[in-house]
Design a binder for this molecule. Sequence first.
Ligand SMILES: CC(C)(COP(=O)(O)OP(=O)(O)OC[C@H]1O[C@@H](n2cnc3c(N)ncnc32)[C@H](O)[C@@H]1OP(=O)(O)O)[C@@H](O)C(=O)NCCC(=O)NCCS
Length: 262
Amino acid sequence: MIDSDLNYYEWSDSGVSVVGHLCEHDSLALGEKIFQIDEIGMPDYTCSPKSAESFRRFLLNEGFTGATARVKIGSQEAITFLQSCEFIFIETIIEPFVQTKTFDGEYDWSTRIRPAEIEDIQHLKEMAFEAFSLERYHSDNRYDSRLASKRYSDWIEKAVLERGEQVVDVVIQEGLQVGFFISKFNENGEECMWLLNCIAPSHQGKGIGKRAWTAMIYKLKQEGVKTIKTSVTATNTRVLGLYSTLQFRYLAPLATFHWKEV
Ligand SMILES: CC(C)(COP(=O)(O)OP(=O)(O)OC[C@H]1O[C@@H](n2cnc3c(N)ncnc32)[C@H](O)[C@@H]1OP(=O)(O)O)[C@@H](O)C(=O)NCCC(=O)NCCS
């Protein structure tokens, strides 16, 4: 069964069901139609070759040439289903979080955080294009790494222009724009999710990341945020080191899978 409502899809066959949507930003950046799986249901814990074949056919019939899924590491049934549909393992995801109430990192006044303006876009796009190299489309060598980088420059441009639920802040050090944060808040504003953040490559390794992350935590704490969460690829040992020094703790890891028509 396939139910598609605008860009949302529900598929089910032989005891397996999938809910997902057209992933617009990935599709735009990569120039192909990418499906994002939101939920896999397997109430009877089986996966027949028939359901796997049927799901692949669904993707192709709907014009998708790529698909992505993120599941708990222990979800063996869902992982077996994805692998039988020819999804491949891409990365382990770690989710650091901190309670602002207990955070007491050392504040350095030389680092400032301010909201992004339209005039910042060009510079932020360049920073975003250059800063990321370990994330999932970079790790999947079936994708051109320039397109993988473009995904981040497209992302920040859209977030600044839309001024919607994604809030962009710029990190300023000695008058220069040296980094950014894209954040999203829950309804009551007590939980903040950092969707994307970086320090420009030419400014890395000088302690600015630690100062910027600290300044951002205090800013959010002042605004009433109680919990800050984020997610990073496990190969990004540098940012994991940063989170460890900033008193973050970690949720159970997830795994990212990709399917691509070959
Ligand atoms: C990760 C990142 C933010 C760190 O910023 P930075 O300015 O280079 O970091 P700092 O110089 O302030 O170092 C802060 C901490 O990071 C960790 N760190 C820095 N370089 C490291 C390295 N090569 N290996 C391991 N840990 C490292 C250390 O814990 C360090 O603290 P310490 O010096 O007290 O030990 C930056 O490298 C970056 O933007 N990377 C690319 C984008 C990215 O990964 N974004 C985050 C995920 S979306």
